[in-house]
Design a protein around this ligand. Structure first.
Ligand SMILES: Cc1cc2nc3c(=O)[nH]c(=O)nc-3n(C[C@H](O)[C@H](O)[C@H](O)COP(=O)(O)O)c2cc1C
Length: 453
């Protein structure tokens, strides 16, 4: 299933809003994506981007139900299906040709002429790729590596790429040690499972196309770039082929980042040597600091962290990333003794940079239910015995309150044990409910309410 087929699926499922009027890529699309994200959380298809012939899809994966659709399972089964498939590995297959090669621009490359790159926030320095997957090969081993990196459009054929994390930071270092350029491919518009796999945490040296194959159950088909040996999905929508000059760093930003502040950096520059795209490409836009990057992050944490937590704490039931604060992790568990939640909190806070605060709740609380988590904090948490503070822990690079240190940025972190005491009667801490029977009978009212909205 390629991106276009997935968009048709969303349309059929009623999970897509079509915007038929002309909309500018500068600020206007972001405002509409933000509005839809905060209301129905549907995907948005801009059919007539002003100045461009290709449509733009936004909020593509802003809700878990769309990951379920991509995996072909019901939303209730997402957790189980994802946990199983993310462990599978299927090697990609190299093919001679693919739809991505339908249009090739090698002369007078002009990025903004071909690609409707969005400018989302008023403080952004320029148009930015925020959903692009940058792919390269390890200059020593030849293994393919990739990640999502923000990319600033600096000129007709020049971009700078925010390399903070491996694998591409390592690849560039290795290329620079040899005094060589690093060839990269900037890919926009992959099928949703390859997109998710492109940032799935894996041991160094793993080709994430194998994770993508495992998720979909089919080998990802790859083609070789026109001007380099980098392999890209044959069914992608846009590919920009580029070369990063060794040793050069330039000021990049500001860009409104996924923790909600503007960020700047000194980053490498790539010269774009060719652009390939489908005949009628669709551009995938991603609004940072929105439901989409929060959902992506939650899927990534869910796919990796839960296994390691369960290995040490078998009573862990599920985890969730707080919808309103992406640095807050909620863990629901059946604790075996009164000290276990605090032990788990210390481990998570010291071990996971992007988790700044964490809450442990009992197994009867759904960590995705903000009201339930609030209830647990209000009625089961006693600050004097339930708080954990971890100091000098590794931080996300996006937290401006963190302190720079030799090992990266460090921060103080907070854990909250919101579980009830084991010795107290359970009934005292039970959440009040409406009658289950009456609730089922009230379903028809729910339908009326939806119609009004
Ligand atoms: C939406 C999104 C945007 C990201 N932007 C950047 C970025 O600008 N720079 C960066 O170094 N990593 C960024 N990342 C993280 C990397 O793409 C990738 O997840 C990280 O390198 C993990 O790889 P590792 O497990 O091999 O360390 C982003 C991730 C997501 C999901």
């Amino acid at each position: 299933m390629d991106l276009k087929q997935f968009v048709s699926k969303l349309d059929k499922a009623g999970d897509l809003v079509r915007i038929k009027r002309p909309v500018s890529t500068k600020y206007e699309m972001a405002a509409i994506m933000d509005l839809v994200d905060k209301t129905t959380q549907q995907a948005v298809l801009f059919e007539r981007p002003r100045g461009y012939g290709s449509p733009v899809i936004g909020n593509l994966l802003a809700h878990r139900r769309r990951f379920a659709l991509a995996l072909g399972v019901a939303e209730e089964s997402l957790h189980k299906a994802y946990a199983q498939r993310v462990k599978r590995r299927i090697k990609p297959k190299v093919v001679a040709r693919g739809p991505i090669m339908e249009t090739i621009v090698e002369r007078n490359v002009n990025i903004l002429k071909e690609v409707p790159v969005l400018t989302c926030r008023e403080g952004d320095a320029s148009p930015y790729f925020s959903s692009a997957v940058t792919i390269a090969r390890d200059p020593v081993t030849g293994v393919t590596g990739m990640g999502i990196y923000r990319i600033q459009v600096r000129g007709a054929n020049e971009v700078s790429i925010n390399f903070q994390n491996p694998p591409l930071t390592d690849f560039l270092r290795k290329a620079e040690e040899k005094g060589r350029e690093l060839e990269v491919a900037i890919v926009v518009g992959m099928d949703p499972l390859t997109f998710l796999a492109s940032v799935f945490p894996v041991p160094p040296g793993t080709d994430r196309f194998e994770v993508a194959g495992g998720l979909s159950g089919k080998a990802v088909e790859l083609v070789k770039c026109r001007t380099s040996d980098v392999l890209v999905p044959a069914g992608a929508e846009f590919v920009l082929e580029g070369r990063i000059k060794p040793g050069l760093r330039v000021h990049e930003g500001p860009f409104g980042e996924s923790w909600g502040t503007y960020q700047e950096g000194r980053n490498p520059v790539a010269r774009v040597t060719a652009i390939m795209h489908r005949k009628k490409p669709i551009y995938q836009a991603l609004l940072s600091y929105s439901g989409e990057d929060a959902t992506l992050l939650a899927m990534l944490l869910e796919g990796t962290l839960i296994d390691s937590l369960r290995a040490a704490h078998p009573g862990v039931v599920s985890i969730a990333v707080d919808k309103f604060n992406r640095s807050n992790l909620i863990v629901s568990m059946r604790k075996k003794d009164s000290g276990e939640p605090r032990k788990l909190l210390k481990e998570v806070l010291s071990g996971v940079p992007i988790v700044k605060t964490a809450v442990v709740v009992d197994e009867d609380i759904d960590p995705n239910d903000a009201q339930g988590v609030g209830f647990a904090i209000a009625t089961r948490f006693q600050p004097k015995r339930g708080i954990v503070v971890v100091d000098e822990a590794r931080s996300s690079s996006l937290d401006p309150s963190a302190r720079p240190a030799k090992s990266g940025r460090v921060t103080s972190k907070l854990g909250i044990d919101a579980t009830r005491p084991l010795s107290a009667p359970k009934a005292k801490f039970e959440m009040i409910q409406v009658s289950k029977k009456a609730k089922a009978a009230a379903k028809d009212i729910e339908r009326l309410l939806k119609r009004k909205a």
